[in-house]
Ligand binder design. Sequence first.
Ligand code: NAD
Length: 281
Amino acid sequence: MIIDGKAIATQIREEVKNKVRELTFRTGKNIGLAVVLVGENPASLVYVGQKEKACAEVGITSFKIALPADITQDSLAEKIEELNEDPSVHGILVQLPLPEHLNESAVIEKISPKKDVDGFHPLNIGRLVAGEETFIPCTPQGIIELIERSGFTIEGQEAVVVGRSNIVGKPVALLLLQRHATVTICHTRTRNLGAVTRRADILVVAAGRPRLVKADMVKEGACVIDVGINRVEGKLVGDVDFEEVKKKASVTPVPGGVGPMTVAMLLKNTVFAFEKSLEVS
Ligand code: NAD
């Protein structure tokens, strides 16, 4: 089976759209997302454009804050403070990566944890580790929705995650654990990767290595989520050998798998931020 991330993301966007309509009608307020873009990294420009378009489609107001590449740490911090205080802004996203002279962690820590729709603030990461309700980073949250909405059970299954980054590998492993999978995390120093991945009922691959996972590394009938986005000879390919693996397991395509889910989860997190803001005011 091919796991169609595009179709599932479309369905989620429709759900978000209905929820936005209901919330704005009930409260008389608009839901606002600020997207902060520093400099003109071409990939970042594309991602920001996709996010703005997705917001418009579901009725969320997006505010694009385009700042010069040579902005100082202090000026950027000031801008974020302003957004933290702005009642029309419910979610704040700083598009990464930032130019080299800026300290990314310090910037993320400036974002109010109540508006942290990327879920990267240390307070929200701590809550995620503790299993409390919080903002869940978009890509890992999208991966879980893909698995569940495709009809796979997580509880009691052997789940293997390849990659241990803070934005994908670690949080997705925590989410699988919360849902009662037996979780193993692999990384560059893992001995005999194939022997571990072959155990997986659910295999999530986020290594950033084109076609790292071959068919002989996958269990028959497994659910395989390919997070990788690699450009090879001008073509986008994932971390999984899609053509071979699809013959024996369910797998997400690249593009059209995890990518569309990430944007859909950003919309969901923005609505969550809005609902939280109603609780405190
Ligand atoms: P990263 O480079 O921060 O981390 C990669 C991880 O993979 C590391 O922990 C490393 O130990 C592990 N790894 C690398 N090579 C390996 C190997 N040969 N064997 C075992 N482990 C290995 O990457 P990231 O930020 O987690 O992103 C991973 C991939 O996912 C990239 O291709 C990225 O572009 C993509 N990505 C996609 C989305 C999306 O929305 N679809 C979002 C985030 C990242």
